[in-house]
Write a protein of this length. Structure first.
Length: 115
């Protein structure tokens, strides 16, 4: 898999994992559970995870980190409430226009089916 595609899959997997958790998670949790990290050695994981966190933060994702008072480990969270856009309130004309655009794409748009 090309490096840019690997990075994209890893970062999207990280976002999905963080949003799915109902508790703060550790870097160890990420390494064990998120696609793209588990095969890495300690140093490679630390570099990649730090780079991915930095890039996601620069893109505006509200990735939060705190320190566990007992263990000193860094804990990470990503609240879906802070990340997701509010529900759209589209008019009938807007829905028709969106459906027209989606039909013109003929399934070539990655999110055509959910829309």
């Amino acid at each position: 898999m090309p490096l840019e595609k690997e990075k994209l899959v890893r970062q999207l997997s990280l976002v999905a994992f963080l949003m799915s958790m109902n508790r703060p998670i550790t870097a160890r949790d990420v390494r064990e559970s998120v696609e793209g990290y588990s095969h890495m050695g300690d140093d490679a994981f630390a570099r990649r995870f730090y780079a991915d966190r930095t890039e996601l933060l620069s893109l505006g994702l509200p990735l939060n980190s705190t320190r566990d008072d007992d263990t000193g480990e860094e804990l990470y969270t990503l609240s879906a409430r802070q990340y997701l856009l509010p529900n759209l309130d589209l008019t009938d004309r807007e829905v028709t226009a969106l459906n027209s655009c989606l039909s013109l794409l003929d399934g070539q748009f990655a999110y055509a089916e959910p829309l």
